[in-house]
Design a protein around this ligand. Structure first.
Ligand code: SF4
Length: 336
C-alpha cells in the first residue's frame, strides 16, 4: 500500500495459460526484466531503481519467475547484500508442484515469503509448509472469479487445515490480453471502472465475511483501486521526491508539474534560454533545455509570469504533468 516495494518482473516466460492472466501483450512470453516500469539488462540497474523509490522490499513476479531460478536467486542475493537482511522479498509462482529443491535454493539466498498464485491439487502443500516453516511465510494469492464462490470456500477449508500463513484475494482484472477469454465466460467489465470485472469485488467481500466466521485464515482483499491507485500513486510519490528537478512540483498523485516554453521556429532553444537568463533574469537552476521534446522546462510560476510577454513573441507556453518515471510520460498539457 505504501508503494515501498520494488516490483521486479523477472521474466515474461510462463508455461501456463491461465485465461485470466493480466500480463501485458508486450511482456507476455518475452524473456525481459523490468524493475517497476524500467526495462533492465543487469542487476545494477534494478538496484538503482530500488534506490530511487527508497524501497524497503521487493515483489518478484512474471511470467513464471521459477523458469529462471538462477537469475531470480542472483537478484535476491544482490538485493539482500545491498539493502540488508530486513529488505523483504516475496515471490509469486504458479508452478505445480513447486520443486522442493528450488524452494531450498530460494530460502538459502534469503527469500522471505512465497506466494502461490494458482490453487491446484497438483501442489504438495503439506511439504511446502514443512520446508518453509520458521524460515519464510507461505501464502496463496489468487483472483476472485465470479461464480466460483463454492470452489473458493473448499479451497479455503483445505488451506486452513494446512496452516497457510495468509491468503490474498485480488479483484479480477480486465486486460488487453484476457479480455476475449473473460467475455467468452460472461465476465464483463464493471461500468464506470477502468479494469474491474463485474461481481468480483462483491464475491470477494462475501468470501472475507465467510472466512472470518468459518476459518482461522488470515485473509486480505486487494481491490484494483488499491493496486492501480493507492499503491502506484505512493510509488510515484516516492520516486518523484528523488528525481524532481528544483523547479518541478510534486502533485498529490505523485506527478511532476511544471511549465514549458516552446520557441518559434526561428529561435533556437539555446537562444531562448539566453533570453530567459539575461532578459528575464531566471536563475539557471530554474529552467532546463529538454532537447528531445524541443522545449524549455521551468516552474509554473515562471510561465505564469512570462506567458503574456512570450506569447506576443510567438512562443508557446503551457503547463504539463508527467509521470516521474524514465520515459517521463506526459499525462496532461494545459496551454496558457
Ligand atoms: S501462471 Fe501467472 S503468469 Fe502464468 S499464465 Fe497464469 S497468471 Fe499468467
Amino acid at each position: 500500500m505504501k508503494g515501498a516495494k520494488l516490483v521486479l518482473f523477472i521474466t515474461g516466460k510462463c508455461s501456463k495459460s491461465c485465461f485470466y492472466c493480466p500480463i501485458s501483450k508486450e511482456r507476455c512470453d518475452q524473456d525481459v526484466i523490468f524493475a517497476n516500469e524500467v526495462e533492465v539488462d543487469h542487476i545494477q540497474q534494478a538496484l538503482a531503481e530500488a534506490r530511487l523509490i527508497n524501497a524497503t522490499g521487493m515483489g518478484i513476479t512474471g511470467g513464471e519467475p521459477l523458469l529462471e531460478v538462477e537469475r531470480t536467486c542472483q537478484f535476491i542475493q544482490a538485493f539482500k547484500q545491498e539493502f540488508g537482511p530486513k529488505f523483504h522479498v516475496h515471490l509469486y509462482t504458479g508452478l505445480e508442484p513447486v520443486p522442493i529443491d528450488t524452494v531450498e535454493q530460494l530460502l538459502e539466498v534469503g527469500l522471505d515469503e512465497l506466494r502461490l498464485h494458482r490453487f491446484s491439487v497438483g501442489q504438495d502443500y503439506p511439504r511446502l509448509r514443512k520446508v518453509t516453516k520458521g524460515r519464510a511465510r507461505l501464502g496463496v494469492e489468487i483472483p476472485v472469479i465470479p461464480g466460483m464462490l463454492n470452489q473458493l470456500k473448499n479451497m479455503f477449508r483445505q488451506l486452513d487445515e494446512i496452516g497457510i500463513d495468509f491468503v490474498n484475494i485480488n479483484e479480477l482484472e480486465y486486460s488487453e490480453l484476457n479480455r476475449e477469454e473473460l467475455k467468452k465466460r460472461g465476465l464483463l467489465l464493471d461500468p464506470g471502472t477502468m479494469a474491474s470485472v463485474q461481481g468480483s469485488e462483491e464475491e470477494a467481500i462475501n468470501l472475507l465475511e465467510w472466512a472470518a466466521i468459518e476459518t482461522q485464515l488470515n485473509v486480505h482483499f486487494c481491490p484494483l483501486t488499491l493496486k492501480d491507485g493507492t499503491q502506484l500513486r505512493n510509488r510515484f510519490r516516492r520516486r518523484a521526491k528523488n528525481v524532481a528537478k528544483p523547479f518541478e512540483q510534486i502533485t498529490e498523485e505523485g506527478l511532476l508539474l511544471k511549465g514549458i516554453i516552446i520557441p518559434p521556429p526561428d529561435i533556437s532553444l539555446i537562444a531562448a534560454s539566453e533570453i530567459l537568463l539575461n532578459k528575464y533574469k531566471i536563475p539557471l537552476d530554474q529552467f532546463w533545455i529538454n532537447e528531445s521534446r524541443g522545449r524549455i522546462e521551468t516552474s509554473t510560476t515562471v510561465v505564469h509570469r512570462l506567458a503574456k510577454q512570450l506569447k506576443v513573441k510567438k512562443f508557446q507556453v503551457g503547463i504539463v504533468e508527467e509521470y516521474p518515471i524514465i520515459s517521463r510520460f506526459q499525462v496532461s498539457f494545459v496551454p496558457l
